[in-house]
Design a protein around this ligand. Sequence first.
Ligand code: DMJ
Length: 812
Amino acid sequence: MMTTTSSSSSLSCSPQRQLWLVLLALVIFVASVLSTESSMPTQNMSHKERTELKEEAREMFYHAYRAYMENAYPADELMPLSCKGRYRGVTPSRGDMDDILGNFSMTLVDTLDTLVLLGDFAEFEHAVKLVIRDVQFDSDIIVSVFETNIRMVGGLLSAHILSEYLQKQADVMHWYKGELLEMARELGYRLLPAFNTSTGIPHARVNLRLGMKDPQLKVSRETCTACAGTILLEFAALSRLTGDPIFEVRAHAAMDALWKLRHRGSDLMGTVLNVHSGDWVRRDSGVGAGIDSYYEYLFKSYVLLGDDKYLARFNRHYNAVMKYVSEGPMLLDVLMHRPHAKSRNFMDSLLAFWPGLQVLSGDLKPAVQTHEMLYQVMQMHTLIPEAFTVDFQIHWGQHHLRPEFIESTYFLYRATGDHHYLQVGKRALKTLQQYAKVACGYAAVSDVRTGKHDDRMDSFVLSETFKYLYLLFSEPQDLIINVDEFVFTTEAHLLPLSIAQLGNSTFSFRQSDDHNVLDFMRTCPSSNKLFPEKVRKPLRNFITGSCPRTTISGSGGKRLSALDFQASNADHLRAVYDMGITMVSVGDRSQGKVRLFHSFYNAKSHEEGEMGLQFMQEMLELTKLQSMNQLAQLQAVAFALDEHLQDWTALMAGPSHFSPELIGEQFVEGDLVLAKPIRACNEKLTNTEEVKGKILVAERGDCTFVSKARLAQQAGATALIVCDNVPGSSGETQPMFAMSGDGNDDVLIPVVFMYSLEFGKLSTAMQRRPQAPLRVRIMQMVEFKRWQLAKEAHQNETAATTTTTQKPDKEL
Ligand code: DMJ
């Protein structure tokens, strides 16, 4: 909440004096540092520190890369504790996990494009030569189609594209004649037999030499949604670069077949299916393991190929995920056919990619929230465990040095410019240094509770984890390529947006007869038209459009307005400084109060001084507006502290988007009763009789807010209070929010949300009077305040009247 005061000693001065002589003493107290979300300003990271961290990320990469090259190459992976290579068929098997390995030098292939991003052309050239010389695919080995595609085909394609790019731009590698592309094509052909299924959905595994003729694959039937749905980017690139349509045709067919398997009611997908019958084997639906990159590839296929149908499909799934799977910042699996039932009470670390995808699709707010939750999990356990429960306890304790959380941190930083994400990245980097670095590379952790190391360093550590860390701390001018012109595959390989221009003779975008595209066309305004505009443009410029970044002040630059200003953005701070505004922290730093002074003397130029003045005026307006808005939306749960209902107190609560608003003098009053069961997610409450005509209290979790509301309404409650399930949460320390619904307007009773600490006070009041129910009143907070003031005024008046009538009596 912001409060402002202003004063000016310049009012009587001439305009000239006003401009140049007088310190304009506009003083603004800005609590929450202009952010409605946080009360703690993030410390900005200096350029020097950022550069040092970038260099540290580079060193981390080289420590791991050299360890691999010197001790493991040409093996697929380095075993960092044994300090030797992991070979399929030689190193003792780890079971299915080893399907990732094809004895094709996977770590080197997966790493090639990171070398280019680091600007190490000499090593890149050397590594490309090694790959061309040493890597071959004619092996009697069963490999995972998905992993081989994302790591090997993706790695080869991206290295091919960058080799050609360097030939042109850096005048190097003139000997290169497309050998990597040929290798990618050969490998693509070796994967194709897996697509010979009755549905067109590929088998999970294939023998590199024998295709599906390997006797061990005879019984193969099951695959995961992500395994089958994470092919199109690489296969489309392969087709368009080689001119051989078969890959793209097969990948589109697989995507089409998968789309048909969605649940028509919920629009959700399961995680495991039968490739021949198309039946679901596991109907759990979330955004983590088994399904993650299917959603990612729907969206990115639209971005890379420009085919609207993939955006329409992504939108349908995305809405379903946000409706059923998303629960506040958490993402919890549900059953695709019974989406109101949560199917597990833990989350896996793979879902940490989701905020990054949300950023790309333009949905920033939930991205910030989920990322923040993950950051808290990280702080709680030092490293994010492979899976954690809804109360953030460890479910699976391993930590595989996965990239997803850093990937999302990078995208959030690019979208917001908020230095908070640099600080998060710094913490992630330092943690890896402390807990994962070993003499021979970086080792995964087998249990984050003990910190014990595992003898594995997956290829994605070099291709993704260190790549995203390096990118996070880099400035665009540090990079040889403009990453804004590329799409990152799920393995962080770079595919240029220009691939769409290569076209595809076998596939006409306009032929798309997907009726779901029409669904979007019919909506008004058409999200099919608006959303692409919103996402494609910023993606082409890599989301820099969403927030002013560099030329925000100074002559010729766009003026920074108070509305756009972010106190955690270094560019903004610089711009504000140039406009002659100084920021001084006041009081307790933790309250985030900042005082702004404007002086024309301090402005860089006259023009910027004027801008500064305008900025200060806007800030005053904004401050007023924000405090009014926040107060207007805030709900109050009020109760009397005394038996005579005289002395009332109000606790802060948040409204909902799906229930009627209590406006002005409207309120609901009633006795409180707790739901049985307390989460109110079952088909029926067991204490329906008791609930009738009362205000029901239910705990957050297990099902959506709106489903709790429907249950309360069905039981005859007059209102519902949902209390938070995270101990210690409070509206004083975190932003209040409005609960989302599912687009229907069938809830007719008011529903409000209370954080734990506020609800705790209510609960104490209930316990204090166990024999009688606690009576509460739900209303707008601003109305409660007005009501209290009116009551006080009335009491004062009565007191005054009593005094005046008594006085004469006494006198008499
Ligand atoms: C990577 O191979 C890819 O990011 C994939 O999509 C998911 N798993 C790993 C990293 O965790």
